[in-house]
Write a protein that binds this ligand. Structure first.
Ligand SMILES: [Cu+2]
Length: 307
């Protein structure tokens, strides 16, 4: 995992270091003094405890000192937080959408991507949304962590200082496929990024998808989290060689047999709860309004081809 700290990330790191430093000093001070006193005033020396009840000087000191220490830590936390709140004008805006169990990103020109591709050295504002439940976008290298809440737009911004590939996670437990809701944040040189965004050049790090290829969609839309193409059932049934086969499904509580054709696959993508294959839990997130028509078609073609 790469761990480059970006410009904004320093605020987060400073707060962390200050708090850790204060804690370390207090720890050493308390343990050190305690050990010293245990030795110095040990019982065998016959020392009697002093009654310090009502000592105004001591009580004032141990009230004011901790307040100052806490304010000191707060100050650094505030600096980092405040910088995070103020999105610089002219920042590149990218929409991020969380869904069970994949991230998708959309650029100002409408270009979709399953990875967060950003230019080096330029502020990037990410507006977060969720299609189903609460997810959380997490890019440790950028010190970025923000919940994506359905029906509520959240934003987060950062400037990436160093080109490269960084890990991107969902960090809010969102069900069976949560642990696989991972992607990459890719930082490119400005020129490379411009080319990638325009789709005129195939940048090595993140090839631009021309037409939605079924196999690609199968991964990027999160299908592969629950369905295999090699014959082994996972959370959901395998999709290998299913086209044209008969399968027992539960429809509105009644079991029946259906033949897997294009209509059935389409229905299973859009409203998976309608016909649930017997033996599997009805947990697939509906893709109605999520998948575009050409994506549905590409996936159907892909599944048909899985011999
Ligand atoms: Cu999630």
């Amino acid at each position: 995992m790469r761990w480059a700290v970006t410009g904004l990330g320093h605020g987060t790191d400073n707060a962390f270091l200050v708090i850790a430093g204060v804690c370390l000093i207090l720890f050493l001070l308390i343990i050190g003094l305690m050990s010293y006193f245990v030795f110095r005033y040990r019982r065998s020396k016959g020392v009697e405890p002093e009654d310090i009840h009502g000592n105004a000087l001591l009580e004032t000191a141990w009230t004011i000192l901790p307040v100052l220490i806490v304010l000191y830590m707060f100050y650094y936390g505030w600096l980092g937080y405040d910088a995070r709140r103020k999105v610089p004008e002219g920042a590149l805006t990218i929409k991020a959408n969380g869904q069970m169990w994949a991230w998708s990103f959309e650029y100002e020109n409408g270009k979709p991507s399953d990875r967060l591709v950003v230019p080096e050295g330029r502020p990037v504002k990410v507006t977060l949304n969720s299609r189903d439940l609460i997810h959380s976008l997490y890019v440790p290298a950028f010190r970025v962590k923000q919940d994506a809440v359905p029906g509520l737009e959240r934003t987060v911004w950062f400037t990436a200082d160093e080109t490269g590939e960084y890990d991107l996670f969902c960090t809010e437990y969102c069900g069976t496929g949560h642990s696989q809701m991972i992607s990459k944040a890719i930082v490119m040189k400005e020129s490379e990024f411009t080319a990638w965004l325009a789709g005129t050049a195939e940048a090595k790090a993140a090839p631009a998808p021309a037409a939605p290829a079924g196999a690609e969609l199968f991964k990027s839309k999160g299908c592969a989290v629950c369905h295999t193409v090699d014959g082994k059932p996972l959370v959901g049934p395998t999709l290998k060689g299913i086209f044209g086969k008969k399968v027992r499904v539960s429809t509105a509580g009644k079991e029946r047999e259906v033949t897997i054709d294009e209509d059935y696959i389409r229905r299973s993508e859009l409203e998976p709860a309608t016909d649930v294959v017997v033996g599997f839990p009805p947990i697939m997130p509906p893709q109605k309004g999520v998948l575009k028509e050409e994506e549905i078609k590409a996936l159907i073609e892909y599944i048909k081809g899985l011999k």
